[in-house]
Every structure is written in C-alpha cells, then in structure tokens.
Unconditional design. Sequence first.
Length: 351
Amino acid sequence: MSAELGTANYEYVTARVRSRRASLFDEDDYRKLVRMGPGEIARFMEETEYEMEMNALGARFSGVDLIEYALNRNLAKHFDDLLGWADGPLYDYVARYLRKFDAWNVKTVLRGIYSDAAPAEIEDDLITAGELSESLLDRLVEATSIEDVVELLGGTLFADGLAEAYEVYEQEAVLVPLENAIDRAYYADLIANLPSEPNRAEELYIQFLRAEIDFRNLRNALRISRSGADIDPAEFYIEGGRLFDAGTLRQLAANPDELVARVRDSVYGDELDAALDELADAENLIGFEHALDAALLEYSDTLSNRYPLSVCPVLAYVLAKEREVDNIRAIARGREAGLDAEEIEAELIIA
C-alpha cells in the first residue's frame, strides 16, 4: 500500500478497524486487572490478543518489564497494519497522524539525556510506531548530548524548530523550548496542505485535527495558569485550532474562570462538560487532563458516527488503542508500586 495518487479505500480500512476495536479491553477487563499482581496481569494478557507478544518476549522478560515490552510491540504492530491496509490519501492522513510517536520518541530521548538516563532506559520507553527509522532511533539513543540529537534530526520535520529552540535551551538549560518546538512541528505537519475545498470525509478529518489542537492549547493554557509561572501562554500556542488564537489564549490563561466559560459555550461544550466539572472540583490538573483525553476520544467517536467512511474511525481507533496501552501500563506500574485498586482506577482513562 502507498500514498500514491489514487482512491482512498475507506470502506475496507474502517471495516478492519471496527474488528480490531471490538477486541480492545473494556471496563470489566480493567476491573479484573486492578486487582491482580504483575504476574497475574501477564498471564491474563497471554489469553488476549497480546498472546503473540507475550509468548515471543516471555523468555527474556518477566513481570512489568514483560508487560511494557509487549504493549509497545503490540501497539507498533497494529499501527503498522493500518499503514499496510491504507491506500491513496487515507495512507497519507494516517501516516502523518502516526508521526505523533516520532514526536514522543524524540522527546523521550531528550528527557533521557537531560536526566542522565542510561541508553537502555531510554530505549525501553520508545514506541516504534512512527516513521523514524530504527537505525536513526538507535543513533539517537546512543547520543551523548542534546546538541547531538538536534544534529541527528537534521532533515526531519523537527529540524528547523529544534535548531531554533536549541539556542534558547543553551541560554536557559531547560527542555521546555525543545519539547514545544517538537509539538509545534508535529501539528504544523499534520495540518499542512489540507484540501481547500474538502469533501465531507475530509471536512470531518479537519474538524478532528482542529479539535485535537484546541484541546492541546487548552491543556497548555491551564497548566501555565495553575503553575503561577511567569510564562507567556502564546509561546506555547499551536496554530490550526478554531477555538483560540494566540492573543485570546494569552488573555484567557490569565483568567481561568473565563477560559472555562469560553470552552463551555464552544462547539466542544457537550463533550467537555464532564471534564470541566472535573476541573472545577479538582485540586490539580491530573483529573481534568484525564477527562480531556476521554473527551477527545468521545469527540472522535462522534465524528466517526457522522460519516463512517472517513479517516475519523481510523483515528478514533488509534486514540482508543493508545488509551488501552496507557491504562494497562498504569495498572501494571501501580500494582508493582503497591497502590490499591481505587488509586489505580483514578489514573485510568475510560470513555
């Protein structure tokens, strides 16, 4: 399959995606898992669609390590399958969206080097579901400085933003400018060259991308507002959404109540109603951010139902699969750390 000009095979891919999504863990599965130890979780996974990965890795790893490696390998397999199924414009849409894992991997490497983590520790957290080659990822993991990483990423979509942000990093010695440059580069690539006169399927795809950017800007604005730090929210503004511009975001971040009211009255009001209630009651942003993730998944499902033969069901599946992996990882780590079931359940994202 390829991104060459041709017809997007929405019907075939969405049918395959519906089948895959039906096998995702549900709330009953999570209720069982939160009461198991890591060994029991591993045995449970061997009886699910993670069986192949668990068996392949079981001789080398055990416990939480086995679960982590199996989750990452399974995630990459499923998303590779998506690219293998897709033709024409659909391939391009999916490939561009999956570059979020390239962004994740680059940030993981930068954080690892910044904190003096060993290469093996950095490699453990990589998710090979994007487009960066294994050989480049290997070189990034073995890099010994932030500057080396920036140089290795020359020629990628992150190159220009990282080169500019590195100058700020040299002055301030914090990763925030570099991480922000990565996010901006990813989203700029995601919305580049979208059709000027979209058909219905393309229109919903654009709505989904704009919603994700709006949610990201909302998250960043509230983080800055709650932190009390003297940071201009416009520095973290990502273009492409429809709810904020840079100036509006700067103004609203200084007044969280007004920001929340603006979101309640927006096109996302219904999807974000529960998240905003969570925010009003929360002492920190963790519960709100979990609710925000659940709301984005719910919004993607809403768009999918409006036009099933579009890229929206595919992207909704990507989000749902990510949530499953994140939830299983949180349960395994929580049980290893001795957390009780209620504490772990508070960390789960279930839409």
